[in-house]
Structures are given as structure tokens and as C-alpha cells.
Design a protein around this ligand. Sequence first.
Ligand SMILES: [Zn+2]
Ligand SMILES: [Zn+2]
Length: 392
Amino acid sequence: MSSKDWIEKDFYAVLGVDKAASADDIKKAYRKVARESHPDHNPGDPKAEERFKAASEAYNVLSDSGRRREYDEMRSLFGSGAFRRNARGGGQPGGMPFDVSDMFGGGAGDRRFGGGGFQDLFSSIFTGGQAGGQAAPRGPARGRDVETEVALDFGDAVRGVTLPLTLRAPGVCDTCHGNGAKPGTQPQTCPVCHGAGVTTRNQGSFSFSEPCRNCQGVGTVVEEKCPECHGSGGVTKTRTMNVRFPAGVADGQRIRLAGRGEPGERGGPAGDLFVHVKVRPDELFGRTGDDLTLTVPVTFAEAVLGTDLRVPTLDGAVTLRVPPGTPSGRVLRARGKGVVRRDGQAGDLLVTLDVVVPARVSDEARTALESFAEQTPPAAREHLDARVRRVS
Ligand SMILES: [Zn+2]
Ligand SMILES: [Zn+2]
């Protein structure tokens, strides 16, 4: 068993005995608990089984005087600092820490939005030096972050676009402003815990705090429920907002919109909205960073003789000069015709020339080509020919 287990577990409380109990008292107490919670007497009762196991564990330590001393020392070391003392444990040396598992086993939670209550409750109980087991009022809570995905057209992503975005997410009920009470009525202080959100249970000479079962730890109860949210304080809301996608937003990028997530609770700040951007491919243009790419087929004659090409850009068209003797695969650059960045500078349009070889030619063209071939020096393949001779 680790020391952490020892700090968190209250073996005396498990057996219901005083910290100063004699070995004999401990043995008697253990026998009583073990008898009551024995699985044979409580078939199919997991709580009894748990209690039985806990009692065995506790007795295991407390029945051994050496281990008991070690345990006491560790508890007095940590009991004064890490955990706040039980109000009724003030007279006991070392005090009695709260049993953490006991507190949170009962399903303490934020009844309004089904989460977050655990942490709130934990921090409010284990911070601050209030006496008497009073939980601090629960403070503001930041709203949750929301994630969504948006598909943009290629051109919209390059130029930037503002789109309406509709989100369905839990929000605070407008009718009751989140307190769950029918308009004109107010949530009442919980009569069981008197607003503390925790109740104290006595066991032997010790007391334990646990979340109030009557109000689920909230501290208030609603007598007449809000008709809109049926007392939950929360409703599913459809929100539509205009979202600006900056020019040049890329596929796979995530845009964070601070404060556009779920509203906070009890005056807390709103969460953030994260938009995952998908960019639909364009049928003509590709994109590499801030440059747009385009492949343009040219004939052999155009590549050899040179030509002026009229090519489209995302906005309009440009004329590109193909100089005589341009090889296939050459990339021509149309400056400033790419993606306009935030600083106002723009990428380029990169045009790749693709010399197309006709699959079939006319007789006249064949004759002309044969004539062309006769007047053209052979391709520079000497370096390959040398290797061919060596290996064959
Ligand atoms: Zn409501
Ligand atoms: Zn209560």
C-alpha cells in the first residue's frame, strides 16, 4: 500500500473507532463491521462488499502496532496541511481529514449542465480556512470551448470570406437566466444543508462532509420550475454568427475565435470557438503556401518557336511570354497573382509548361517532322551511350 493511500484513507473511521482506541477496541470494532458487511450476509450488495474490504484493509494496518504507528505519523504530518480538518476533529491530535472517496462517490455534480460540479465542489471544500464544513459559494465558471468544421470554396479561402455559421450548443436559459426557477419565483435556500451544499454525517465520534443529496450540492432548490428549461437552467441554443475567414486560410487550419464558444456560468467568461477549415479543391488551380499553381499544355512547336500564352488567374487573366526554346516542365511566374497575405504582399501564380506529344500526326506533318529531324543534331545522349557500351 502506498503512502498516498494511507493519507487518503481513514482507517479509524472505517472501523468507527476513536484514534486513541485500544487494540482490543479495534479488534471488536472490526469484528462488528466485518460481520455486518460480510458478503455471505449481503449477497449481491456491492456497497457491503466494499465496506467489508475496507474494514479488512483498515484492520490489517491498525492491528499491527508498528504499522499503526507509521500510519498515525503519516496522517498527522499530512492531516494538518494537505487537507482541511474536520470541524469536530479539532480536539483530536492530528485532526480528521475528509475522506475524498466518500465525498465524491455519491455523484456530486453540477445538475445544471451535467458536469464541472466535481471540480467546483472539490476546490470550494479544500480551499480556504472556513470553519464548520461550509462550502464556499461556487464562483464563476468559464464556458466550454466549441469546435466545428467548415468547408470553404477554393477561391473564398484564397480571397478571404465572411460566412454565417450556425451552431447548436447548450446555453443558459433566457427565461430564468439559468437559475431554473419559474419567472417571478426564486430558488430557495436548501432546507437540508442551509445553502452550504454539503451535509455532515456523524459516525462514532467523527463527522464526515458529503454533498447534500437534497440539492445535489448546489445549495438551493427550485420549487416552481421554469417552463422553458424544466428547471435545468440550460437549453439547447441555436446560434448564428458571422465568421470572418482571413484571406489565404489553408486546408487543415484551425481558426480560434476567442469568446465565441459557450457562454460562461455565473458571470464567467465565454469559451472559445475553434473552426476547423476544409478547403474544397479547385478544378484548375493548386496551392503551395502563398503560391497558386497551374499546368498549361503547349505544343512542341510553341515550345521551340516561343509564344504568348493567355492564362487564367483567380481574378481575370494574364499573358505570359514563352521564350523560344523553352523546355517542357519549365515554370513561368506571374508575380503577385497568388494568395494575398495579411501583410498585403501576394504570392505568385506558378505556371508549369507541359509539352504535349501528339499521339497521331497527318502525313504532311510526318514529312515535315522527318525533314526537321534530318536538320537537327541528335539528342545529347553520349554519356548514356558510354555506359551502355561498358555494361553490354
Ligand atoms: Zn429556464
Ligand atoms: Zn442542500
